[in-house]
Every structure is written in C-alpha cells, then in structure tokens.
Design a protein. Structure first.
Length: 454
C-alpha cells in the first residue's frame, strides 16, 4: 500500500472491519425459510440498518419487498450540488452446503492462511463492509464529497426478484448519477478489475411422473417406466458429448473479445482434478462469459443410504441456465421450457415451473466514471492498471437499474476473486483485497466528485 492518507486510514480501520464482518457472517441469512429461519435474515437486515445509522445515514429503512424479504436502504447527504452515488451489496448468502466439508464453521469468521473464511465473507457481506470502510476513510479525511445511497439486498442469491420489483414500483428511491455494484471481483488477487459483462439466468423446476406409486424393481423393472431414469435421460439431453450446452434454438457459439483466461489458470482456480477434461469448446473466456451454460443444481431422489430396490414414481430437478449478454433471458426461458417438454422420454407426464429469472448485463466501460475508477485503482494497487473482464454469474438488479436510470453509469467491483470460492465450501475473503478495494472505492468517490466539478 502507498502512504496516501486514505490508505493509512483504511489500514487503521481493518481490525474493526474484521470484527464487524465476523458479526455479520454469524447471521445464517439464507433467504429460504425452508432451510434457515427467516429471523436470521431479519436480524442481519437490522444489523445493516444499525450500521448505516451509526454512520449518520438518514431515512434508513427496511423495505418489505414483494418476495417476502427485506432490503435495507439509507441516504447520506453530501455537499450542495454534489452528484449522487448508489452503493450496492447484499446481505443474504448461499446455504453452506456440506458443513462437514468446511475446515471451520461456515457462520464463524475464521482466519487461516492469510484469509478470512466464512459464508458471505466475500459474497457479499464483505462488499457491505467495503462500502463502510470507504465512507469512513473519506469522513476521516475531509468528508464524503458526494451524496450516497446504500441499498443492501436481502434475496439476491435466491433470484426471486424482490428488490427489482420494489425498485420498479418506487423509481425515485435508487436514482443516482453513478451506481457501484460491490458484488463481483478482481480477475485474481492483486489485479484490479472492473466487470464489463454479467450473464443473466433462468431457473426452472421440472417434475416427471410415470407411475401411481413406487414399485418393486424386481417385479416390475424392465417394463415399468422409472421416473428417475426418465429424468436422467432428459437432463442428459441438455449437453452434447463434449459438455457443450445444447438447448434447442439457443445460440451457443458466441466469442469473447477482451481479457482472456488461460486454461491452466482456470484449471487451478476451478480445482479440476488431474486427468479430468474441461467441457465445451472455444476459449475458457468464450465458455464462461460469452456463452450459455446449463447446470443441474438439484435432484430429488432417494439417497444411497437407506435406498430400496424400487422404481420411482416421480422425480424432480432444478435446472439453472446462465444467459450471456446479447441474449434475452425470457426467450431463453421459453426455449429451455420447450426443450424439457420435447425431450421428456416415454410419454412421462412433465410439469415445468419457473422459479427465477434475470437478464444479462453489459456495462459501458468507456463512461467517465470508469476513468475515475481507473485512477483510483492505480493508486490502491501500485504498479497495476485497471483491467476489465466478464463474469459468468448474474446480478439481476443491474438491468433493472439500467432500465430505470438510463443516464446512470454502472460500475461493478468486489471481493469475489477466484480464491474466494464463493457459493462453495470454505468461502473466504482476502483482507488485503478488502483493504485495497476499500481504498479504491474511497478514491473513486473523491475523483468522481472532482470530475463533476470540473
């Protein structure tokens, strides 16, 4: 780090940031009451609201969104005539998956090997702490030079669209000159990166029925149609032999122009086992940033332990489809639905339910705000220049904001670099990245305010 006053202030605030992140990580704020109590999300929302009030935010409110969750809003007025910047993060998290595979409790922030481990440490509770650090550093060094709105979403990971619908119904609430989405990440640790594109997503739940009830596999197997076998057959139709996504009518051969992702680095980041091939064709960047990708994220079927020799009467699966920029998520939903129905074997009864959807996003990285961010990142990361990359994940709110506020510039930064292993076991955040990105965000806000005065 350089000796810049902002850098020194952020460095001095890091012990407090770690303590606060530990408090926030402790909330089991998975926005699915079937898995964790809703009270955990409510407690996390109140913690975020109290943190904003402690920083002198006005109009702090817990917004009841249409999907039954809460987003937290606050406004910090700046100098007269200053531009308004919206800072976004989300406090809800993915479920911890197999807790026995975590090397430390998932909801207990634990330092190990120079990183802080815990569910949400990077995605995206750490993003909210990053915003707090940037604002505190500015307040200690002459004041925050812009008006700031903060919105912390409560159901981003579920893709249920509550905040998008709320924003559409209250279009003035999140209006800003520039929006900083703190929910992506650097291409790798130490390389400052803004995200230029996001894939959208659609989530479908498919149910197959073949029998009135389960049957003995010895007495009826070989002629009676097994719903689980039908589901396996159906899901196999979503990929070609080489693993390429194959949904009837969906374009799957677009190319990525820009920063490339060397295959050897990707294999290391993805922790691909020795001898196991990558799937798909084209460059890695093509496959994860420019093309659709289908994933079966869940199947309801009997577990191996306790399984009986039975034919299954029904089977259910949840299918996620990532939709690249240039394609429409609603159209992709129709194509995936039609594909599932058309490829269901043996006349099985099929029902398809949509459970989530979000559009892809492409940022205008030639906009003036990006110049301010590039300057800030060069100071926060001495010797490095800002890079731009794609991200295969989805942030559905981005397109809602771009539609509501077409003149606003939208920047995407964050703590979810590859080593963070977001959505997986042993998620972690690099404290050095948290420190440097907080410095970058603070300097960006200052640079941006000066550019607007010029």
């Amino acid at each position: 780090m350089t000796a810049h006053p902002i850098s020194e202030t952020v460095a001095s605030l890091m012990p407090r940031a770690k303590a606060e992140l530990a408090e926030l990580v402790a909330f089991q704020s998975v926005a699915d009451p079937a898995q964790f109590p809703k009270s955990e999300c409510e407690a996390a929302a109140n913690w975020v609201a109290d943190a904003l009030r402690a920083e002198d935010f006005q109009d702090v409110a817990l917004l009841d969104t249409p999907d039954g969750t809460q987003s937290v809003y606050g406004f910090l007025p700046g100098p007269a005539g200053a531009p308004t910047v919206l800072l976004y993060a989300h406090y809800d998290v993915q479920p911890p998956l197999d807790e026995s595979a975590w090397l430390s409790p998932p909801f207990e922030l634990t330092e190990r090997d120079g990183r802080w481990f815990g569910r949400g440490a990077a995605d995206c509770k750490g993003g909210f702490i990053m915003h707090l650090l940037a604002l505190r550093a500015l307040k200690a060094d002459g004041g925050v030079p812009v008006s700031v709105k903060v919105i912390a979403e409560g159901s981003e990971e579920q893709g249920t669209g509550g905040l998008e619908r709320y924003a559409e119904a209250h279009p003035d609430l999140l209006a800003a000159d520039t929006i900083v989405i703190g929910d992506t990440g650097n291409f790798r640790v130490g390389l400052p990166t803004v995200t230029a594109t996001l894939r959208g997503m659609t989530m479908l739940r498919v149910t197959l029925g073949t029998l009135e009830g389960n049957l003995h596999s010895g007495q009826f197997g070989g002629a009676a149609p097994d719903a689980l076998a039908a589901m396996i057959h159906l899901l196999a139709s979503l990929r070609a032999e080489d693993g390429t996504t194959t949904v009837d009518g969906l374009v799957t051969d677009a190319d990525w122009e820009g920063l490339q992702y060397p295959e050897a680095e990707f294999r290391t980041d993805a922790k691909v086992l020795d001898g196991v091939e990558l799937i798909g064709t084209g460059t890695v960047a093509d496959r994860i940033w420019a093309r659709p990708a289908v994933t079966v994220i869940g199947i309801d079927c009997p577990p191996v332990v306790g399984a009986t020799p039975s034919l299954q009467a029904t089977a259910r699966a949840q299918v996620s489809l990532r939709v690249p920029p240039g394609q429409d998520a609603a159209e992709a939903t129709k194509l995936l639905t039609a594909h599932l129905k058309a490829h269901t074997p043996w006349g099985a009864r099929v029902a398809v339910e949509q459970v989530g959807q979000g559009q892809p996003f492409r940022a205008d990285i030639s906009s003036p705000a990006y110049t301010s961010m590039a300057q800030a990142m060069e100071t926060a990361y001495p010797g490095e220049k800002m890079q731009s990359s794609g991200m295969g994940g989805s942030i559905p709110l981005c397109n809602t904001l771009a539609t509501l506020y077409p003149e606003a510039e939208i920047l995407l930064i964050g703590l979810s670099e590859p080593e963070a292993q977001i959505h997986a076991v042993n998620e972690s955040v690099s404290p050095e990245e948290l420190e440097r990105l907080s410095v970058a965000e603070a300097l960006f806000l200052r640079n941006y305010a000066e550019s607007k005065r010029a």
